[in-house]
Design a protein around this ligand. Sequence first.
Ligand SMILES: Cc1cc2nc3c(=O)[nH]c(=O)nc-3n(C[C@H](O)[C@H](O)[C@H](O)COP(=O)(O)O)c2cc1C
Length: 356
Amino acid sequence: MAQELLTVADHEQAAQARLSPECWAYFAGGAGDEHTLRRNQVAWADWQLQPRVLRSLQGLDTTTELLGKTWPTPLLAAPMAQLQLAHPDGEAALALATSALGCGMVLSQQTNTALDTVAPLALNSSDRGPLWFQLYHRGDRAATLELAHQAAAAGYEALVLTVDAPIQGVRDRERRHPMRSTPLARPHWHPRGEPTTMQQLLQAAPTWDDVAWLRAHSPLPLLVKGITHPADAALAAELGVAGVIVSNHGGRVLDTVPSTAECLPAIADQLQGRCTLLVDGGLRRGSDIFKALALGAHGVLVGRPLVWGLPNGGAAGVAHVLRLLLDELWATMVLCGASSCAQATRSYIKNITHSM
Ligand SMILES: Cc1cc2nc3c(=O)[nH]c(=O)nc-3n(C[C@H](O)[C@H](O)[C@H](O)COP(=O)(O)O)c2cc1C
């Protein structure tokens, strides 16, 4: 790495110089005019920290409980499709880097690397984070269940059902720089009979009945990803899901939905700890991660920053991005006077009641 990379923003700049305009548009772009994409980042900075001083910091650590188990950090890689477009090692590099740094990984259904190739790379570190598998449900229950069992057999520990993208968002940047799928970057999983016409897509779009069905039949705990409305969080909890992920798909699906930093507090209030709560979108600093925990999340998912690490150094580049974020999280905890993730509460966020 020629240029000194001290922040996620440095990685982003260096990655842009290394990726083709098509790849850059695919990974960096968002839906429509990209208001939500931008707001996701700005909204974390808008929450101000209110540190406490002179507190005991002995034994400070970042361990976090997710789905009833304790893990070294609250950070997971968000599920992202087609990572071999950014680096030939793609998903394998993410698995190696996350597990080496004590972070978790959610593998996308649209992975370029086979499920059972990625899993051992993530599971072989004793200090690893959780390994989950993300899937879509597109109408065919037998196909969804087959994939769920395949993930369980490969060692994945939970399923993440993404519910915010029954159709693809309108991403203008990508339309201006269309991607030709290279042989290297073919998606690994080709579901049978994928809907192709709009009518088929609408008919296949999942509903709450499908969530209830999958929760009842899944061999693994089920999390629902793509929740931004507190009423939907309540519905998910009533169905007994193991977790809710507050997400707007990184601003890639519907533009002008609110940022996840703004959605999180009301959803945490709605859930009252009834299930595990995670958030993603726009987290670019360790202080953003601390704020997410303080606003009620038990863990966070980070997306694009890990993609930026790929062209900058493969697994080492991703590990470097994770190291930067974890070091910043640690520094934020010290400077706020919080010696554990569980101690990150709203008392560290200024004017929370006025802003909600
Ligand atoms: C290139 C790219 C591909 C993505 N693919 C998926 C996917 O296959 N499944 C999914 O649930 N979310 C997908 N997402 C959304 C991420 O899981 C996550 O919600 C989002 O990237 C978080 O925002 P951030 O990139 O600002 O951290 C994708 C995001 C990006 C940037």
